[in-house]
Write a protein that binds this ligand. Sequence first.
Ligand code: BGC
Ligand code: BGC
Length: 608
Amino acid sequence: MKAHTIIGILLLVLMPAGILMHCNKDVVSKTNDKSVYENPEAAIEERVNDLLDRMTLAEKVGQMTQVDYEFLQSEGDIAKYYLGSILSGGNSEPPDITPEGWAGLYDRFQRQALKTRLGIPLLYGVDAVHGHNNVYGAVVFPHNIGLGASGNAELVEEVSRITAKEMKGTGVNWNFAPCVAVPRNERWGRTYEGFGESPELVKTLGAAAVRGLQDDYGRESVVASAKHFVGDGATTNGEDQGNAEISAQELRDIHLPPYITAIEENVGTIMASYSSWNGEKLHGNKFLLTDVLKEELGFEGFIISDYRAIDQLPGDYKEQIAASINAGIDMVMVPDRYREFIALLTENVEEEIISMSRIDDAVRRILRIKFKLGVFEHPLTDKSLTALVGSEEHRAVGRQAVRESVVLLKNSNDVLPLSTDINRIHVAGKNADDIGNQCGGWTIAWQGSSGDITPGTTILEGIREAVSDGAEVTYSRDGSGAAGADIGIVVIGETPYAEFEGDRESLALDTEDIATINRVKDTGIPVVVVLISGRPMIVEPELENWDAFLAAWLPGTEGAGIADVIFGEYNPTGKLPHTWPRTIDQIPINYGDPDYDPLFPYGFGLSY
Ligand code: BGC
Ligand code: BGC
């Protein structure tokens, strides 16, 4: 090769680099001395402003975009589109759902984000709504309704702290929790995701959950998301994603208070609700999202949309994007058509349908949370936490939570507590020996599922562990073979569901459960009924045949906590977080209603 050709090639190679060095100060400053935004000593607002000043429109739009991992067309898209966040929806877990598998996925994605010009790390969001529930081997706590029955804010804080720690053990740094809905109609399939029907209870426990999850943004903490703003628990007939036909006064008195306390605890994010308020979808409601939440209540974090929820607004996609962002949504859980979303959000800005100041406000809020969380300083998984997922210590707290969540509703002739020296116990029922059923929805899969889905102790196993050596525990799912036992324990109720799939017109016990109970009862022995359910169910007229009745909600993986109550290892303290109706027609029935005549009132619960 001739000398001038070599020089020519060298020039061609070097020139663009030279131009880049010259024009793009960011690249230079990033490699040489640290810029303000990269300096952990600088004040957060200074870091936010510094970074925002450097960002192009494409980078800003990317920050406002959240994609579900299952729809990510290539991992390179994270860097290519400067994505601000990835989520794993209820069904989009990595192929390997062990803690190590999750951590591996998180780190790979985070490395993509770190490769970008400005290196803005991702928030990775999941629904760890009762422990880090989509991770195999994580401790699964009682769903919020059970924690509501405990009424114990310190317990909720501890449970949330452990959830955050297990999440961080897999890298994941953003939790779409707590659900601070105030469910007022138990037909609603999401009743169990809330702490209870009383705003006072939800306020206290929701605040405790935020405190435990965010833990002042320490290394073992995650960003919380109070959801679903607002009035999700108020829809007519308890319809999921339905319409809350209530006055502004009722909205403020019952459904808004938990957000006020969550904001006092500095909750980082709030998720908008799919539902409508008097016919208008929340995702387009500027009054509630901006005037009330951001201005009146002073919320400084960011608002995330719900999954594909902006698509339910009127108009075409471009109009839906404009309406939701202009109403106050800061980041959109797209979750699938992100290329289209990015193109149309950009068009909306270029055509000034969305102002640059609205975009800057949204991005400023997102960056603020990322800086607070410390993800710029510690973007990758802290592997020292990975081994703690599902540890004995965490399970012990789970077991304590189960004990405190059980509500004793009936105990004729003091049939409970049982002696561990009892001769023979017969256990029966479809929920007696099924981890999946006792965990409920949002466990390993979106809807949850029956069977041996994750390690834990079933209720039957807990009973077997509790009794003394000489005592015999027999089991049949259908209640057959109970004759000759001293007592029967029948574990009945609902099987897993989530969201709208759990909406019900009837809350009657199913025929299988009634037949199982009767088979045991017909042998003449006393019967203890344990109900596994996401809400009160209609137990009349059967209840009169039961000697004892325990509401155990959806206890999670630590079934031994139920045995602790049955054998008096723990004297029950749980109190009803929902009014227990006599008939389905009584629903909606809530504490404070006129002509209040429930089967068991709100707050009811016996002890030994
Ligand atoms: C639910 C949210 C959840 C989101 C992500 C939605 O369908 O309403 O509660 O956080 O999905 O899984
Ligand atoms: C996802 C959930 C989401 C739901 C919304 C499911 O496919 O896994 O996370 O909440 O869709 O409809």
